[in-house]
Design a protein. Structure first.
Length: 245
């Protein structure tokens, strides 16, 4: 994971005040006030091309959780960090409704995500450190909740996650690290295999970068480049090659 910064861009017009997102949000709030608990959402608004494309750019084409590069826009989902329709604390609990309906079209709650991370793993899971602070309505301030999942923008993943080789590990004492690994499936075998192959190549490059040969300097420069937030699996690169970044 990398920390995503949305502060420098303008919110897509479909989600700004007066846009379709705000109109739809007002309608949802009205329904909630009438006692509705299960809502319908318009993916044509939160998943609009302009939203997805901006998120893709902000995330350097990478999934907000696994840092894998998403090959094409069509293969990525616009994921709601706080689930819009309902939430689950864990697999033993049924889906609780309503979810965070009033954040369905809120740009701050949206991230670009690999379909597998979103649909197979993260799904509607949204555990909190303290369930007593769970917000169930648009009238409450959701920012007072303490999410157990690493927020891709408000939290710094470097404080919660590290790698030993290709294996992702929570940092000591972090509660968010283990929860995020589990719920985003960051330790799933196919992802580990993919990171292992990349790491193998990087080890050969590292040997060149640490040597005295003619390719040492270009190899060192390349390491600096791929360890930036723009690079695939950049947290793994930084954790494994601290002397080269
Ligand atoms: Zn992912």
């Amino acid at each position: 994971m990398i920390q995503i910064d949305k502060s420098a861009v303008s919110v897509p017009s479909i989600l700004i005040s007066g846009g379709r997102g705000e109109v739809a949000t007002k309608a949802l709030i009205q329904e909630a006030e009438n006692g509705v608990q299960v809502f319908e959402f318009n993916s044509g608004i939160y998943g609009h091309k302009s939203v997805k494309e901006l998120l893709r750019q902000l995330q350097y084409g990478k999934c907000c959780f696994c840092e894998d590069h998403i090959a094409h826009v069509e293969h990525g989902d616009v994921e709601h960090f706080r689930p819009k329709g309902g939430f689950q604390i864990d697999e033993h609990q049924l889906l609780q409704t309503p979810g965070y309906y009033w954040l369905a079209y809120n740009f701050d709650n949206l991230f670009y995500c690999y379909q597998i991370c979103n649909q197979i793993y993260k799904k509607n899971y949204f555990p909190l450190a303290d369930e007593n602070r769970r917000v169930r309505s648009h009238k409450q301030d959701f920012r007072l909740e303490d999410s157990l999942l690493i927020h891709p923008e408000l939290d710094d993943p470097n404080e919660h996650l590290t790698f030993i080789n290709e294996v992702i590990k929570p940092l000591n004492g972090s509660q968010k690290g283990p929860a995020t690994i589990k719920r985003a499936g960051l330790d799933r075998p196919d992802l580990e295999d993919d990171r292992f192959v990349y790491l193998k190549t990087l080890r050969i490059l590292a040997a060149v970068a640490r040597g005295n040969g003619p390719q040492a300097i270009p190899a060192q420069q390349h390491f600096k480049e791929i360890s930036k937030a723009t690079g695939v699996y950049s947290l793994m690169v930084r954790a494994n090659f601290t002397d080269l970044i």
